[in-house]
Design a protein around this ligand. Sequence first.
Ligand code: 1GP
Length: 242
Amino acid sequence: MKNVLTNIQHNIFSNKKQLAILIDPEKIRLSDVKGFVEKIDQSVANYIFVGGSTVPVDLTEPLVLEIKAHTKLPVILFPGDVAQITNTANALLFLSLLSGRNPAYLIGKHVEAIPTLKETSLEIIPTGYLLIENGATTMVQKVTETEPMPSKHVENIVNTALAGELLGMRLMYLEAGSGAKSPVSPEIIKAVSSDLSIPLIVGGGIKTKAQMELAFNAGANLVVIGTALENDEDLFNDLKRW
Ligand code: 1GP
């Protein structure tokens, strides 16, 4: 059923905070997926994102199948590359890296993906993706050969997000980068969310429940946590279903 975007919108309408746990196929063994997914299932998480910047071909599909064997939560692809697209997931964030000026990540990879997507049953969700500087060089920056947006240029970040909305994007993702030192600031989240009409996703460097709450309170509709849970599954104790 193609209902991921509708579900996100419905939850916003009902004032529900939404959490996605990101699983990077390179960072988990298939044999550990069951235990990890059971913890996700007992947490407040609403979605599982799957993806990474440098995932070898053929790792994504077996991972998605293994995740789906153990949970009914929707699995949403958050791909770093075309090779990470698999029909076994529920939805695909069709990401355009609006913060950068590398045509490959603005439109090129999308054209490459069409032969796969023509036949797909995936729900495809056009998503604007903005990499915001966090004080350290991130993998996204290296792989895409783009610069992140300076965090002090708040107006430019807001304008870029709004341009994405006017281009027809259905979600906007503010990204500090996987394992970022510090997450996107509440100031930026607040400025973007108050002008934006589409759902706002915030991720990168969120390591604690307090940081997650800070992002929600600033206006994030959906928060993404990956690295912190890879490093310490005890964080699940703070994310138990309320
Ligand atoms: C990365 O936004 C996601 O693309 C999640 O970031 O791994 O730092 O939680 P973390």
